[in-house]
Design a protein around this ligand. Structure first.
Ligand SMILES: NC(=O)c1ccc[n+]([C@@H]2O[C@H](COP(=O)([O-])OP(=O)(O)OC[C@H]3O[C@@H](n4cnc5c(N)ncnc54)[C@H](O)[C@@H]3O)[C@@H](O)[C@H]2O)c1
Length: 341
């Protein structure tokens, strides 16, 4: 493997701006091409990047001309599988925006293609690279509240988007809850077993399709994880990272998704209610995987250069996606669903 990677970025809409900024700051990556169905979008992103990268509306042709090592996929969710399969079959490692795919069948195709080609396909789950979720995970791993039994998360944001989300089926579960479900897997260190979900579009919603959901997951180790969320909830919005409560056998921790934690661990049992004392959450560790998009993209480049496997590799990330599709199937069938991937 060379000591610098040649890259191509496809899908030059809103999110790609961040990818372009990060790419520009990386000394071991050169973006050689910007591709979008809309040429003016590709041109704008190429201008942000600087230099003279190829601008194209044709991914096949751009891959042929520039022969990149890595493809960054920032297209809309519906295009992720086709872009990934084409990039892998051209010999490129892929880092793509979430969600991995818009169906489990497509997700399995992409995972199988990565395995068959021996190339890496990883997904951006930038909220895993949040320093505060890392602090929380370290605190739980230290056993400060004992074995986890229950995790709750609330996501309430009145988000007035323009574009694909206004018309997307299962918009909250597929486009947003994937972050939260992936965070729940990270926090618990557990995998999903089953789910029961109710999805609906509240009256007054500005979305065409269901923008609210509640779901109860059974996770491995007997942990119960509950999700309540809405993208058309006005007032008292939570953070994008959710309001969380983690309950262990010996205490509880709450986290507002930003930098506010509260924790209490039991010091004496025996009366009707046990006695507890506040617990401190672990401090930030700059050596940990942090930095959101920047941290993840940088880590991916390093993984490709060194042969290490990224934390958000598709064969693991598919488990978070399986939570999404389990929840969708449960909502459609109005019954609990076993989760498989
Ligand atoms: N990780 C995060 O926090 C985060 C935040 C926002 C969006 N996203 C994800 O980023 C992705 C892009 O979202 P966005 O907000 O930038 O959308 P967007 O609509 O602004 O941009 C998408 C771009 O992809 C282009 N495109 C679509 N199909 C294509 C194809 N087949 N080939 C080439 N170009 C194609 C469109 O022309 C458009 O310019 C989505 O998967 C979304 O879920 C992630």
């Amino acid at each position: 493997m060379p000591d610098r990677l040649r890259g191509l970025l496809v899908g030059c809409g809103g999110m790609s701006r961040r990818w372009t900024e990060v790419s520009r700051s990386l000394s071991d990556l050169d973006l050689l091409a910007f591709v979008d169905l809309d040429e003016s979008a590709a041109q704008a992103r190429a201008a942000d990047y600087g230099g003279t990268p190829l601008v194209s509306t044709d991914l096949t042709e751009a891959l042929r001309q520039t022969q990149p090592d890595v493809v960054f996929d920032c297209t809309i969710p519906d295009a992720h599988t086709a872009v990934t399969l084409e990039a892998l079959s051209s010999g490129c490692h892929v880092l793509g925006e979430k969600p991995l795919a818009t169906s489990m069948a497509d997700a399995r195709k992409a995972v199988d293609a990565a395995e068959a080609t021996g190339l890496t396909y990883a997904v951006i789950q930038n909220r895993r690279y949040d320093p505060n979720i890392r602090r929380l995970r370290r605190t739980l791993n230290n056993g400060s509240i004992g074995p986890l039994t229950t995790v709750n998360s609330d996501f309430y944001i009145g988000a007035h988007f323009d574009g694909f989300r206004n018309h997307m089926p299962h918009v909250l579960l597929l486009d947003m809850a994937i972050h939260t479900f992936d965070a729940a897997r990270f926090i618990t260190g557990a995998d999903p077993v089953s789910v029961f979900c109710k999805e609906w579009n509240p009256s007054g919603s500005w979305y065409d399709r269901d923008a609210s959901a509640v779901a109860v997951f059974e996770m491995t180790g007997g942990i119960v994880y509950t999700y309540r969320g809405s993208w058309c909830s006005e007032g008292l919005n939570t953070t994008w990272e959710c309001d969380w409560r983690m309950i262990g056998q010996d205490g509880s921790i709450t986290w507002d998704g930003a930098d506010r934690f509260e924790g209490e661990a039991i010091t004496a049992r025996g009366e009707f209610r046990s006695e507890g004392a506040p617990i401190e959450v672990s401090p930030e560790d700059t050596a940990d995987r942090i930095g959101g998009h920047e941290g993840l993209i940088q880590d991916f480049v390093e993984c490709v250069l060194t042969g290490r496997t990224p934390e958000t590799v598709c064969s693991d990330n598919i488990k978070s996606l399986a939570m999404v599709f389990g929840a969708i199937e449960s909502a459609e069938k109005c019954r609990p669903i076993d989760i498989h991937w």
